[in-house]
Design a protein around this ligand. Structure first.
Ligand SMILES: C[S@@+](CC[C@H](N)C(=O)[O-])C[C@H]1O[C@@H](n2cnc3c(N)ncnc32)[C@H](O)[C@@H]1O
Length: 191
């Protein structure tokens, strides 16, 4: 899957795609370390896009773990289904996907990895998504997401950081991944 697919979807859906290029491998690796993905039994990925983090999850995860990716963009979801055939993808907004129905008979979610462009979202959507997914994170479970360095100082970036600190005690911030374009860092919190 190419960077050109990502760019063309950004041009068509800039409000939801929220970045002009997919995350790079160095940021994906930092996300996997922060999430301790290899320990997870059930992984939820929000906004997998063109699969930058999904590929790293596939490589690092326990072979017996469960995985669900929730992606709002049908073009991305179709390509993800073709590329990652042992993984499950839902086309939906993360704020509205019915996790109660999905989780029936499955182990609880113990890691959430997010590729969502939080800074581009209004407060209501930031709250709506966190309010829909965090209640389904098991006690002790980890939530990892990233922010672009510099953009985290925008009002919407500060608001997201505050929300995260309200919802999860002890949110930590990683060192900046300068090799990513744009440079980014990871927020990780434990429920
Ligand atoms: C910045 S891109 C990141 C893609 C990929 N995770 C990466 O890091 O390269 C954000 C992704 O989130 C998806 N997205 C945006 N809003 C969403 C929502 N409410 N629910 C689910 N996915 C959403 C977009 O379609 C896009 O694929």
């Amino acid at each position: 899957m190419s960077a050109s697919t990502f760019l063309s979807e950004f041009i068509r859906n800039w409000k939801t795609v929220g970045a002009i290029a997919p995350s790079g491998p160095a940021l994906a690796e930092r996300m996997m370390e922060s999430a301790e993905i290899w320990k997870a039994q059930h992984i939820l990925e929000l906004g997998p896009g063109t699969g930058a983090f999904t590929a790293a999850i596939q490589d690092a995860r326990d072979n017996n773990s469960h995985y669900l990716g929730i992606e709002i963009n049908e073009t991305f979801a179709g390509q993800l289904r073709t590329r990652f055939q042992s993984m499950t993808f839902a086309v939906a907004g993360a704020q509205e996907f019915d996790l109660n129905a999905y989780l029936a008979g499955k182990p609880p979610i113990d890691v959430i990895v997010s590729g969502l462009p939080w800074t581009a979202f209004p407060r209501s959507l930031q709250e709506g998504i966190l309010g829909n997914v965090l209640p389904h994170l098991a006690p002790g479970g980890r939530f990892a997401t990233f922010a672009y360095f510099g953009f985290h100082r925008l009002p919407s970036g500060q608001r997201f950081r505050q929300l995260l600190h309200q919802e999860l005690p002890g949110v930590e911030t990683s060192r900046v991944v300068w090799a990513n374009l744009p440079p980014a860092f990871v927020y990780v919190g434990r429920k």
